[in-house]
Design a protein around this ligand. Structure first.
Ligand code: NAI
Length: 467
């Protein structure tokens, strides 16, 4: 017999699931949150966005002082890094945030149940396999699957958590690997490659495509590669990884018929993530998945089972925490009879390297590939006073707009703090604004964000601080 009855049971406590639970509880739904791990927050808080940003911050601080301290008149002998202390700080940041999520659940009256959640009979129950071996059955009107994703494994290069690792391990090495080989020049490869390169690793990034950060514009990829090379990272592009050499001391790859070998103490496989549906009982429940293993949902996040919904990395779309959060709010509002909605054209994407890379909406490279006519305004950070003061002149801002109507279509930025700058553009995109609207927005001086305004002016050929 079921022990309890809910309006909504959420399976998975990542940014999608826990945000949905909070919003549902705010709207008066009796809500339970089922999570297999002891710590709430999912990949993002525990092994993804947050710990990687803690490491990026610490290592950037170290690298900047070690390489440029003297230019600022800062002299302190030879700087050293205590990896254990750096990791301890990272763990404390994570604990603070995951503890905060637990507290929020309590405050909102969300029941948190630890265990592996599975769709029960007729998808009217969720069966929770608990760590003590018992099963708890939750009766519910609706079920939300927010089980996220896991790193993709290469079939010929399985994770052994020693030599071949995923990002889960590359955020927790106990010492700096002398030779760190990264497979994949996407967000994870570039961020974790930066972390260990700054600490002294010899980092080689092996990428299948001919350019790094391939989801961004081509000029962004070119500049990013140049800057990261200056920081010491090596790139091997257009290389197809094939496995390990005989004595398992190097990664092997093929390029134009040639065999390449990259000696490695650690190899990070960062070639994407795949949805998590294992243990959910999807097949027994008749839940339809697509070829990539994602739950198929309609525009209101409803699966083929009328009371089962899904959001976040386990459905189609960018695998980003903020996308999952928006979907979490939207589904809770829809279930409460409100008009939940996500605007997929305004989801920013950021790579937290130095400089950071950020985009929102349509890029110039994508527009060209799709045959969409665009006008582009570009402004170099080297002409921005604040960037010069902060020694952050590598980069530019691009505003992409409709050449006939001036409607803003997107933006791409490579710059220090691009993650914050892109946030000044997204609202204009959200309300359907024009490049002119961005250009007329008063922007404090001196700020990096002035480059956004200048790029918007440049889209009309009238930037003030460049020719
Ligand atoms: P990704 O999809 O961003 O990049 C993977 C890269 O690996 C691509 O450049 C791809 O061309 C390359 N690749 C694929 N197969 C390969 C092979 N066999 N050999 C060499 N290169 C190969 O995936 P990533 O970086 O693993 O991230 C996974 C997900 O997590 C992405 O959706 C990403 O957006 C998200 N994420 C977002 C972050 C952020 O917003 N800052 C940070 C970390 C992850």
């Amino acid at each position: 017999m079921p022990e309890t009855s809910y309006d909504l049971v959420v399976i998975g406590a990542g940014p999608g699931g826990y945000v949905a639970a909070i919003r549902a509880a705010q709207l008066g739904l009796r809500t339970a949150l089922v999570e297999k791990d002891a710590s709430l927050g999912g990949t993002c808080l525990n092994v993804g966005c947050i710990p990687s940003k803690a490491l990026l911050h610490s290592t950037e601080l170290y690298h900047e002082l070690a390489t440029h301290g003297a230019e600022h008149g800062i002299k302190s002998g030879k700087l050293t890094v205590d990896v254990a202390a750096l990791m301890k700080r990272k763990t404390e940041v994570v604990s603070k945030l995951t503890g905060g999520v637990k507290q929020l659940m309590k405050l909102r009256g969300v029941t948190v149940i630890q265990g592996l959640g599975k769709l029960g009979a007729g998808a009217r129950t969720v069966e929770v396999a608990k760590t003590d071996g018992t099963t708890q059955i939750l009766e519910t009107k609706n079920i939300l699957i927010a089980t996220g994703s896991v790193p993709v494994e290469l079939p010929f290069l399985k994770f052994d958590d020693k030599l071949v690792v995923s990002s889960d391990h590359a955020i927790a090495f106990e010492e700096v690997p002398a030779k760190f080989v990264v497979i994949g020049a996407g967000a994870i490869g570039l961020e974790l490659g930066s972390v260990w390169a700054r600490l002294g690793s010899e980092v080689t990034v092996v990428e299948l495509l001919p350019r790094i950060a391939p989801t961004f514009d081509e000029d962004i990829s070119r500049l990013a590669q140049r800057v990261f090379q200056k920081q010491g990272m090596k790139f091997e592009l257009g290389a197809k990884v094939t496995g390990l050499n005989k004595d398992k001391t190097a990664l092997t790859a093929q390029r134009e018929g040639q065999t390449l070998e990259f000696p490695a103490d650690k190899i990070l496989v960062a070639v994407g993530r795949k949805p998590t549906t294992a243990g959910l009982g999807a097949t027994e429940a008749g839940l339809k998945l697509d070829q990539a293993g994602r739950v198929i949902v309609d525009k209101n996040f409803r699966s083929n089972l009328s009371n089962v919904f899904a959001i976040g990395d386990v459905i189609a779309g960018p695998m980003l925490a903020h996308k999952a959060e928006e979907e979490g709010v939207a589904i809770a509002e829809l279930l409460a009879g409100k008009a939940g909605h996500v605007n997929y054209n305004t989801i920013p994407s950021v790579v937290y390297t130095e400089p950071e890379i950020a985009s929102v909406g349509l890029g110039e490279t994508d527009a060209k590939a799709k045959g969409i006519a665009v006008k582009v305004g570009k402004f170099n950070m080297a002409a921005n006073g604040r960037a010069l003061s902060a020694a952050a002149v590598d980069g530019f801002v691009k505003i992409i707009a409709d050449p006939k109507t001036d409607r803003l279509l997107g933006a791409q930025i490579i710059a220090h703090n691009a993650s914050e700058m892109i946030a000044s553009i997204t609202p204009h995109l959200e309300y359907g604004g024009s490049a002119e609207d961005v250009a007329r927005t008063v922007t404090a001086h001196p700020t990096l964000a002035e480059a956004v305004k200048e790029a918007a002016l440049a889209a009309d050929g009238r930037a003030i601080h460049s020719a």
